[in-house]
Design a protein around this ligand. Structure first.
Ligand code: ATP
Ligand code: LTN
Length: 326
């Protein structure tokens, strides 16, 4: 059995990009692997958060994990800050990470662009992410394409430490889907769909009502040539909608294109609205019940205990190999 680890930030409502790029994989992997799914609250405070809202978002993400089909009997689900090993290992890795490589991270460059000064936490974000992964001897990390550079850095740090000290870490592999790994914003298909974009019609959140789903899809940016064809370079808007259609319906992109031959964008979008509504309805229905239940917190407590036991063993090995602690 392989060990799988991944995380989602509690920074707002999870959207179709998070679902198709990451969460869908989480569910698929849990039957044949030992999976650990984390709500990475320590990562979310690299940008300002309202404490009350943050606490509520943590429970929202936990409830969404379960609503999409993550089964706490099969997988460990927990909150990052409930296991102290994440912060502890993060410092140890910091001492083997270079400021040069961290300065090259595109997420850091994007999030700090135009600011005179950025929080040091934003700079260290990828090291904390590496700690999350290495703390659990992870083999596979299912994530969206935007995390490729962070996974590469995690591997580099693990290899560097293994070469310098005794073999300490398992070197993990990223797992990226062929389709769905990068869902673009509906209003601007040159940018990735994001929780933090200002325009709510740039994304579809998993909890959006039918009316909002319809509005966001019907006003999605396309182009003026009118042909339904998969060509991400020249037709990014239509290609993005085709990808969403394909992954949600389970049909190949070629089949979707063939079934809409001769149709206009309006008809295609209307069908996409229906498919999206159908896919999200059960998630929304599960969510309200789970979010209100007492069981949710019990699941997170149990998850933190199970994750904590694994983390403790790793930390002991790391400290031994580094010659720290007593
Ligand atoms: P923000 O959108 O606010 O920058 P985020 O959604 O990128 O945040 P996370 O919540 O940590 O950040 O992402 C959770 C998972 O969703 C990650 O595996 C990430 O790669 C994936 N993901 C995020 N956006 C997309 C997208 N547009 N398409 C596919 N996968 C995505
Ligand atoms: N940086 C990730 C979230 C994240 C993560 C992780 C993903 C934090 N720690 C460990 C996989 C493994 C993002 O998607 N923004």
């Amino acid at each position: 059995m392989k060990r799988v680890f991944s995380g989602v930030q509690p920074t707002g409502n999870i959207h179709l990009g998070n679902y198709l790029g990451a969460l869908k994989q989480f569910v698929e992997l849990q039957d044949d692997n030992e999976c650990i799914y984390c709500i990475v609250d320590l990562h979310s405070i690299t940008v300002p958060q309202d404490p009350k809202e943050l606490r509520s978002h943590i429970l929202d993400v936990a409830a969404l994990y379960l609503s999409v089909g993550i089964d706490p009997k099969k997988s460990i689900v927990f909150v990052q800050s409930d296991v102290s090993g994440h912060s502890e290992l993060s410092w140890i890795l910091t001492c083997s990470a270079y400021t040069g490589e961290l300065s090259r991270m595109t997420q850091f460059k994007d999030k700090s662009r135009g600011k005179e000064s950025a929080p040091a936490g934003l700079f260290m974000y990828p090291v904390l992410m590496a700690a999350d992964i290495l703390l659990y001897d992870t083999d596979i990390v299912p994530v969206g394409n935007d995390q490729k550079q962070h996974i590469e850095l995690c591997r580099d740090i693990a290899i560097r430490i293994n070469n310098k000290y005794k073999k300490t870490f398992v070197v993990p592999d990223g797992r990226f889907l062929k389709e769905g790994a990068r869902i673009m914003a509906l209003d601007d298909p040159t940018k990735k769909m994001s929780k933090s974009a200002e325009n709510i019609h740039s994304r579809i959140s998993l909890l959006d009502e039918d009316g909002k789903i319809k509005k966001s899809i019907m006003r999605a940016t396309t182009d003026s040539d009118g042909e339904i064809r998969f060509d991400p370079e020249n037709k990014p808007g239509v290609s993005n909608l085709l990808t969403i259609y394909s992954v949600l319906s389970g049909k190949s992109i070629d089949d979707v294109v063939a079934s809409f031959a001769g149709s206009g964008y309006g008809d295609f979008k209307k069908e996409l609205v229906e498919i999206t509504k159908e896919a999200l309805l059960p998630i929304r229905q599960n969510f309200s019940e789970i979010r209100e239940s007492d069981e949710l917190k019990a699941i997170l407590r149990d998850g933190a205990e199970r994750a904590g036991a694994i983390a403790e063993k790793t930390m002991k090995r790391v400290k031994d190999n580094f010659g720290i602690g007593f």
